[in-house]
Design a protein around this ligand. Structure first.
Ligand code: HMG
Ligand code: MG
Length: 306
């Protein structure tokens, strides 16, 4: 086994999760959720996105959230608060709110790119290059996403070579890390390993992250398959929140509690305190009027109650 000794967990619940919730979550609740995630030891918490509020109304309080989070935690050297910026307009707004790390998000599928960001892949790369250039001049870090690395909700199966091609473009553009999104959670360990093998020929493996939605319950198996190949960065969402407004049928991200439970069981260090994580999950799940989607969280909470 080629398991890494340490894994970085990138918490995406406040963005990928809450962007897709039916209920409007008050800004103060989002801020407290992020406080709790920071307290649990997460090294990166994707705080919000600077996209059009007409397209994604749930992120309409982006500047307020980011400003408050940075006022509370901005001085911590070990926590990053990346925010999504699809274009220069979003980048400028993020910068004004104090962002020190942003993320651009492309796709391996032409139709998904059109539906998600209203332009094709080639044009998206031009927009992203402008964001990366502006960011570089200000020493703002940029993370890259590739959506639909295994399958697209509109086009079906996606050739791993296409995912690898977009990943390479984002990396060569200047992204410090490229997150590989199984947007609709259609991947299984075999297709995920084929996709990673292709991407790792284009981008160094230690610069790649796995971002797996859990639609078919395969996300944790896909993390295991990725760990076997040596991948050491994974995105997940507290309480399994999430989905994608432009990917019909996509359910939440892999739950952070499930990811940390797996890593703890493999004695892979991730620096996250499970107890504090459980509290954060209960906090947001209560606000949404349901239990955390994570099976590990439910079992551990039942144990606490007993
Ligand atoms: P557009 O319509 O092509 O842009 O949108 P436009 O330049 O034609 O402008 C149209 C309107 O949007 C104008 O306003 C602009 O001012 C405004 P209007 O005149 O109509 O009032 N606008 C903006 N407003 C706020 N912030 C901005 C911005 N840019 C333009 N940055 C755009 C292009 C990308 C903005 C739009 O398509 C959009 O917001 N899309 C939403 C994308 C999104 O957030 N998707 C979900 C996140 S991605 C995801 O979940 C996948 C991921 O998790 C990985 C995975 O799972 O695979 C990352
Ligand atoms: Mg996602």
């Amino acid at each position: 086994m080629n398991f890494p000794k340490r894994v970085k967990v990138v918490e995406v619940g406040p963005r990928d999760g809450l962007q897709n919730e039916r209920q409007l979550v008050p800004t103060a609740v989002k801020i407290e959720l992020i406080d709790r995630l920071v307290a649990a030891g997460l090294p990166a918490v994707e705080a919000t996105s600077f996209v059009s509020p007409k397209w994604v109304p749930r992120m309409g309080d982006n500047a307020e959230v980011l400003r408050a989070v940075l006022a509370r935690h901005g001085q911590r050297p070990n926590v990053a608060f990346p925010v999504l910026t699809p274009n220069l307009r979003g980048f400028d707004a993020a910068l004004e709110a104090g962002a020190r790390e942003v993320a651009i998000f492309g796709a391996a599928s032409e139709t998904f790119s059109q539906k998600n960001i209203n332009c094709g892949i080639a044009e998206s790369l031009e927009r992203f290059a402008a964001v990366v250039d502006a960011a570089r001049a200000l020493e703002v870090k940029v993370r890259g996403y590739v959506s639909c690395v295994v399958a697209c909700p509109y086009e079906g199966a996606v050739d791993p070579a296409r995912a690898a091609w977009v990943a390479r473009r984002l990396y060569e553009m200047g992204c410090h890390e490229v997150s590989l999104g199984d947007t609709i959670g259609a991947g299984t360990p075999a297709s995920i390993q084929r996709m990673i093998a292709a991407c790792a020929e284009a981008v160094p493996l230690d610069k790649l992250a796995g971002h797996y939605h859990d639609t078919y319950g395969m996300a944790i198996a896909n993390v295991y398959a990725s760990l076997q190949m040596g991948m050491a960065v994974f995105d997940s969402a507290i309480a399994g929140l999430g989905g994608c407004p432009y990917a019909p049928g996509a359910s939440g991200n892999l739950a952070t509690e499930d990811l940390v439970f797996l890593l703890d069981g493999l004695a892979i260090d991730c620096g996250v305190d499970m107890d504090a994580l459980l509290d954060a999950g209960v906090f947001i799940a209560r606000h949404l009027g349901r239990e955390p989607a994570s099976k590990a969280a439910r079992a551990l909470l039942a144990g606490r109650a007993g």
